[in-house]
Design a protein around this ligand. Structure first.
Ligand code: MG
Ligand code: ZN
Length: 202
């Protein structure tokens, strides 16, 4: 717990989020979210993102969607699903600044987490963003490994994780903080109003 208490996220300006298991319920083992009715939003997500938006942090989704490579949904269908997600968030005054998708199968690219291509693209697209002012929040070892490789701070969402697996133990050790949900992170580490980050500090 000691590194959990020591973690400081107050100067974070860019919040990278995994999708499945962070914004929506993880599908059961080996299954995928292939349409909107399978996209089951998790509690508190809209509220948490709205707080991040109001604190002027950028909120960026980085998601592996191997289902595209497997032909379970087309890139267009995935875009439509993300349009619905954006509509749901907008209804609660929340928005995502970007969504980066790896649609590839394992071993085909440099962007499938735990590889870092999606993050590297975001660091190009958002001038001023860099590992030192960014955090990666995810629910799996590959999220935490990707962030760690880049030198980002990382947060593991444990609310829906099978805590007994070796990967879960490894992820919990690697991450700077462990929380139950995205809202739990925002409330515990950024305060209820998200505490605007300090411009030009240090
Ligand atoms: Mg996930
Ligand atoms: Zn990829």
């Amino acid at each position: 717990m000691s590194n959990n208490q020591a973690a400081d996220f107050s100067n974070i300006e860019y919040v990278f989020l995994d999708r499945d298991g962070v914004l929506n319920r993880n599908p059961c083992d080996g299954r995928f979210v292939t349409c909107w009715k399978e996209f089951q939003g998790l509690p508190g997500v809209e509220e948490a993102i709205a707080v991040l938006n109001r604190s002027r942090r950028k909120v960026i989704v980085v998601t592996n969607q191997r289902a595209v490579a497997l032909g379970l949904l087309s890139p267009e269908e995935l875009d439509q699903l993300h349009d619905r997600l954006r509509e749901r968030l907008a209804a609660k005054g929340a928005h995502l600044d970007a969504i980066y998708v790896c649609p590839h199968d394992v071993g085909e690219c440099n962007c499938r987490k735990p590889l870092t291509g999606l993050f590297e693209q975001a660091f190009i697209d958002f001038p001023g963003s860099q590992p030192s002012n960014s955090v990666m929040i995810g629910d799996s070892l590959r999220d935490i490994e990707a962030g760690t490789r880049l030198g980002m701070r990382t947060v593991l969402i444990t609310g829906f994780l099978d805590a007994g697996t070796p990967d879960a133990h490894r992820a919990a050790r690697l991450a700077q903080a462990r929380v139950l949900s995205l809202l739990d992170f925002v409330q515990r580490y950024l305060g209820s109003e998200g505490q605007s980050f300090e411009h030009g500090g240090a």
